[in-house]
Design a protein around this ligand. Structure first.
Ligand code: NAD
Ligand code: 13P
Length: 345
């Protein structure tokens, strides 16, 4: 049987961490995968040198994952079309705002037998329409797309701290789930499978809004009881949102999978959304300024997902059913006083 050729599309903090794991596992499963792992890198200059050249000579992504080597079989490529050429296993792991342009570039240029997996946390909203990114990828490229999400702070996964994640696969396509499990599972990174692409994707997207609320709480100094209440209400709104708008979602995903409550917890304790939202309250600076100052090129997702949810829920006349999501939107985008965080919850 021909071997699977992997390509990683995105090389930020999580993209680099997952490229490292994939680079190790293609060697561990050399009967299944080709050894070289192309990594699409959005080219930029770091200390006067091209990032792709630094990665290919040092095997470190010095900008986005400086402390852990990627492996010498992970090859940085600045041209996304070249990176995906002949690849049969496409891993999409980039901030959601850059997906559309990337799909424009590769549409019609991928292998006909390719399959994909989305590690992107966010939702695609156009007024009253909402889509998960696995569906966006599937529709644009005409290939099957799974989803991976979980309690996966990238730096901790990269350091080999024990973590779990969830792969959601399409109905009747467990074989694809098993292939992705083979690509990503290590003794320190447990991959569970569930037939629920939408649930895995939506939990990953919506927990970022809850993590922003947790960060606002921390900036306000409201303490752990309030933070726990935010996490509980956030999980409830996440579950209600999934069940209301994506009725195929499986209820097990919320509490039994890493993609559900576990990701919400880790993000509310240790994620970038939490950290920057805390600073938003403490400094009064806008989010875009804090993102640039605090994240060294990494991108915040939660504030954008809060806005997307607001647009969608307003168009559906359902804002009143999701008070926490909407409160995050108003504080982040409409200048509402953060001290109103818990009012009306
Ligand atoms: P990141 O936040 O580190 O983002 C930076 C990336 O964006 C870099 O690769 C940069 O080159 C790229 N970029 C910047 N401008 C660009 C442009 N104009 N066009 C294309 N690319 C551009 O990225 P990440 O942490 O790898 O996140 C990717 C996805 O994975 C997100 O949806 C995120 O929510 C999710 N995720 C992240 C983590 C984490 O801990 N970092 C964990 C799980 C999931
Ligand atoms: P942040 O983007 O808030 O760091 O969350 C990372 C994540 O998705 C952990 O699973």
């Amino acid at each position: 049987m021909p071997k699977e050729k992997v390509a990683i599309i995105g090389s930020g903090n999580w993209g680099s961490a997952i490229a490292r794991i994939a680079g190790q596992n293609v060697r561990n499963h050399s009967d299944v995968f080709e050894e070289k792992v192309p990594l699409w890198v959005f080219e930029e200059t770091v200390d006067g040198k091209k990032l792709t050249e630094i990665i290919n000579s040092t095997h470190y992504n010095v900008k986005y994952l400086p402390d852990v080597p990627l492996g010498d079989n992970v090859v940085a490529i600045p041209d996304v079309v070249e990176a995906v050429k002949d690849a049969t296993a496409l891993v999409f792991v980039l901030p959601h705002q850059f997906l559309a342009k990337t799909l424009d570039a590769i549409e019609g240029k991928i292998a006909p037998n390719a399959k994909a997996i989305s590690l992107i946390k966010g939702v695609d909203v156009h007024g009253a329409d909402i889509h998960i990114f696995a569906d966006v990828i599937e529709k644009r490229l005409g290939i099957s797309c799974s989803a991976l999400s979980g309690a996966n702070i990238a730096s901790e996964v990269a350091l080999g701290r024990f973590s779990e994640t969830t792969v959601g696969y399409r109905p009747g396509q467990e074989a694809q789930g098993l292939l992705w499990q083979k690509l990503f599972q290590t003794p320190q990174f447990k991959v569970q499978l569930i037939e629920d692409v939408a649930g895995v994707s939506l939990c990953g997207a919506l927990k970022n809004v809850v993590a922003v609320a947790a960060g606002l709480n921390d900036g306000l100094g409201y303490g752990n009881n309030t933070k726990s209440a935010i996490m509980r209400i956030g999980l409830l709104e996440t579950m209600n949102f999934c069940l209301e708008f994506f009725p195929s979602v499986k209820s097990e995903t919320f509490l039994q999978e890493s993609a559900g409550v576990a990701d919400l917890i880790t993000s509310c304790l240790g994620g970038r959304n939490r950290k920057v939202a805390e600073a938003f309250v403490l400094t009064g600076k806008p989010f875009d300024v804090l993102e640039a100052e605090m994240l060294a090129g990494q991108k915040l997702q939660g504030i954008h997902t809060a806005k997307d949810c607001h647009i969608f829920l307003k168009a559906r006349n359902r804002l009143g059913a999701y008070p926490l999501f909407d409160k995050v939107y108003h504080i982040c985008w409409e200048g509402q006083d953060p001290a109103t965080l818990t009012v009306d919850l």
